[in-house]
Every structure is written in C-alpha cells, then in structure tokens.
Design a protein around this ligand. Structure first.
Ligand SMILES: [Zn+2]
Ligand SMILES: [Zn+2]
Length: 305
C-alpha cells in the first residue's frame, strides 16, 4: 500500500511524473496550490478580476470552475448550448446543477437562437464539425464576456490537449499557430484576455479532482467529434509518457520557456466586422459568412424584370 507523502495515510493516487503519492485531502490541496501557482506563473488574473469560465459540462471545465471558486476568485460560468440533442441537454443540466448547488452565476448562450444548432449547421457545412463549432464557441465566448464586463475568459484546456496541439503544430511547423500557443492570450481590440489555468494538469488529474470533489460531469464524448487527428497525437504522447513519465509536461513547458520566446509575435491587424462589429482579420467575420450561407438572401426582385 502506498502512503501519502504528507500524512502517511493511505494514498488514493500515485503521480509518476511528480513521484508523488497523496491521500484524498492532500491531493485536493496539491491540485489547488498548483492551479494557483500556474495562475501566478503566467500572470493570468488576480482576485480583483471578474473571470468567466467557459463550461461544457465535462470534467476539465467544471473542475476549473470548482477550484477557482475554492481559491476565492470571482468566477462565473458561461455555457454555450450547441443544440446537440441529449448530449447538450445533459451537459446543460449538469452545469445548471453545479451552479445552483454552489450558488454561482451561470450564463447560457443558445446557439440555436444566435445562428443555428450544430446539427443544423452540419447540413450546410462541408468542414468537420469540430472546426466550425470551435470557431462559433470562441466567437460567442468572446462576445458575451465583453458585453457582460468580464476581464478574462478561462477555459479548461489540459496538458493532454496542449501537448497534442503542440505536437501537431511542430509536425507541420506551423509557425503562426506555434507563436500563438501560450496559456495567456492578451486582450486586444475587441478580444478579451484568454487563459488556460489547467494547462499543466493531465486529463486524468482533472478527472480525479472532479471525482474527489463530488462533481457530476458528462463522461461521453460529443457525438460529432470525428476521429480527429488530436486523438492520435494524444495516443502517441501517452505511449511516450508511459515509458518515461514527465515527458508530456517537459515537452510543453520547455516549449513555453525556451522556444516560445524566440518566435516572432507579429500580429495580424484586426478590424471590426462590417456586419456584426466583432473583431476579425477579414472584412466580414467567419461567423457572419456562415450565417449568410445558412440563410442566403433572396435575389432582389429587380433581377427578374
Ligand atoms: Zn495525506
Ligand atoms: Zn461578423
């Protein structure tokens, strides 16, 4: 039996990459301290800032909201209802319940009311669902964070997500994406600051925290998630991690510390979208172009004369 290194009680977890055995109480404490340290390390936000946590109903984002609340941050939630049948209904229910049980504020954006649901968009879009879904989520997250007066948007991206993205960006040497891959994206012209306080935690570590904290979360994957290449990259990294624990964290952190500062941070200039006013690099933003494809304007009557 492994013993907790802090109190000698029975350990509930052994973290090979940190060579650490911990009991329930000390795991919860270790997790919270490490989140706090990550927030400080990257100067993400302070106790004065109003933080909007983007919650999906999954373990990562709810663990994040839980721990921020526990640490005394001013954190509210934002749920974007994608309208994916029972999957979305159940996710929304669990986010609602999480907020109510803890007396927290949850904002809900109904994608169906804003544009159309993901299944509806899927019928007119040729791109993979994850591609336009991600785009829409970023758009509405930013729009509502700004309208509701939040200083920062926090997302539940974990180390598995970040290291898989890094691997894929390195394999294609996508310098533009690499230069933007950082746990803090500063505020600029219409964009609210975005942060990833769980970037140093594995999926498993977040799941364990959520479980020990008694959080109910959706376990099933989104039914629209296609055999994305990110799953393959995660598998490869997990294989390496198993042989030499700590590789994932080292790969990601060494990139941030040693490689990222060398990349040029040339930023494309932003302009307000001609249609909706949200910041974009084109004349009309991608969400407005999508909206146009969903409901093409009828030809003007003069054309038929
Ligand atoms: Zn202990
Ligand atoms: Zn627009």
């Amino acid at each position: 039996m492994r013993k907790c290194v802090k109190c000698q009680n029975k350990a509930v977890v052994y973290l090979p990459q940190h060579r650490l055995s911990l009991c329930k109480e000390h795991y919860m404490e270790w997790y919270a301290r490490r989140v706090e340290a990550t927030i400080r390390e990257f100067r993400m936000f302070s106790k004065k800032d109003r933080v909007l946590v983007a919650v999906s109903g999954g373990k990562d984002s709810l663990a994040l909201w839980h721990v921020l609340h526990r640490l005394g941050y001013r954190a509210d939630g934002l749920y974007i209802n994608l309208g994916i049948d029972e999957y979305s209904e159940r996710s929304k229910l669990l986010c609602d319940k999480f907020a109510k049980d803890r007396d927290l504020v949850l904002h809900v954006v109904e994608l169906k009311r804003e544009v159309a649901s993901i299944p509806e968009i899927k019928q007119v879009e040729k791109r993979p669902a994850c591609s336009f879904c991600g785009q829409l989520k970023r758009y509405y997250m930013n729009k509502y964070a700004r309208l509701l007066g939040y200083h920062v948007i926090a997302t539940g991206h974990n180390l598995d997500d970040e290291s898989a993205t890094l691997l894929s960006n390195v394999l294609s040497w996508n310098m533009e994406y690499l230069s933007r891959q950082f746990p803090v994206l500063e505020e600029r012209e219409g964009f609210v600051r975005k942060v990833k306080p769980l970037c140093k935690f594995t999926e498993k570590e977040n799941a364990l925290y959520a479980f020990l904290a008694g959080i109910e979360y959706v376990e099933e994957e989104c039914p629209f998630a296609e055999g994305a290449s990110s799953i393959e990259h995660k598998m490869i990294l997990n294989q390496v991690e198993e042989k030499s624990p700590g590789t994932k964290l080292r790969f990601y952190m060494d990139f941030l510390r040693r490689m990222h500062p060398l990349l040029s941070s040339e930023e494309v200039s932003l302009v307000p979208c001609r249609v909706c006013g949200e910041p974009t690099t084109a004349e009309v933003c991608s969400v407005c172009r999508l909206r146009e494809r969903l409901s093409p304007k009828p030809l003007s009557s003069s054309a038929s004369s």
